[in-house]
Design a protein around this ligand. Structure first.
Ligand code: IMP
Ligand code: MG
Length: 184
């Protein structure tokens, strides 16, 4: 089994690229059904969500979707810092728009809750959330319920396909889990 090591931590494969691709195609089909004729605005949360957003956006062909980007930062190392920094703000006017926020992973839910409050204040008419990964057991925000979920996973630290450990490993095509957590 292919292992990778970053900062002395070993990771093992967890979700393979084929399964990720297949799941994103399914989510795209669902979005195409739900948004026919609605031209939603995808908001990709950088940096982690960019591979997922790129694939999901193209899997949602035909509904006249648009895409924009925002950059938030809340994680340092393997844990949430509890404070959310907006590194790049939203440029588009979202008033009256149907918005789909695209995240790599929802962990405590603080990032997405913060973002949704901001989008509501800016007058978005409908806000849905698409996330590649969701850790339901880690959720600390009762109001956060993602609408499109790639994979629900236990509370484990993962990397790859956009997800990082201190900005490393985003380029991995598969998703990997910390070896110490791989069997529990
Ligand atoms: P939340 O605010 O706790 O939901 O955390 C969301 C952000 O933390 C995600 O967008 C990721 O950038 C990061 N994050 C959460 N869990 C993981 C993980 O297992 N691996 C890498 N990054 C993670
Ligand atoms: Mg993220």
């Amino acid at each position: 089994m292919k292992e990778v090591t970053y900062e002395g931590h070993t990771f093992v494969p967890y979700i393979f690229r084929d399964a990720i691709d297949a799941r994103i195609k399914e989510l795209g089909k669902q979005i195409v059904c739900d948004y026919a004729g609605k031209s939603p605005l995808f908001i990709c949360v950088l940096n982690g969500a960019f591979p997922f957003a790129s694939d999901l956006f193209r899997a949602s062909e035909g509904i006249g979707a648009q895409i924009t980007f925002i950059r938030l930062k809340s994680y340092a190392g393997m844990g949430s810092t509890g404070s959310i920094k907006e590194v790049i703000g939203l440029q588009e006017d979202v008033a009256g728009r149907d918005v789909i926020v695209v995240e790599d992973i929802i962990d405590t839910g603080h990032t997405i809750a913060h973002l949704m409050r901001g989008l509501k204040e800016k007058g978005a008419s409908d806000i849905k959330v698409a996330t590649l990964l969701f850790k339901p057991e880690a959720l600390e925000e009762p109001d956060v319920q993602p609408d499109y979920v790639g994979f629900s996973i236990p509370k484990k630290f993962i990397i790859g396909f956009g997800l990082d450990l201190n900005e490393q490993a985003r380029d991995l095509n598969d998703i990997y889990v910390l070896k110490d957590q791989s069997e529990s």
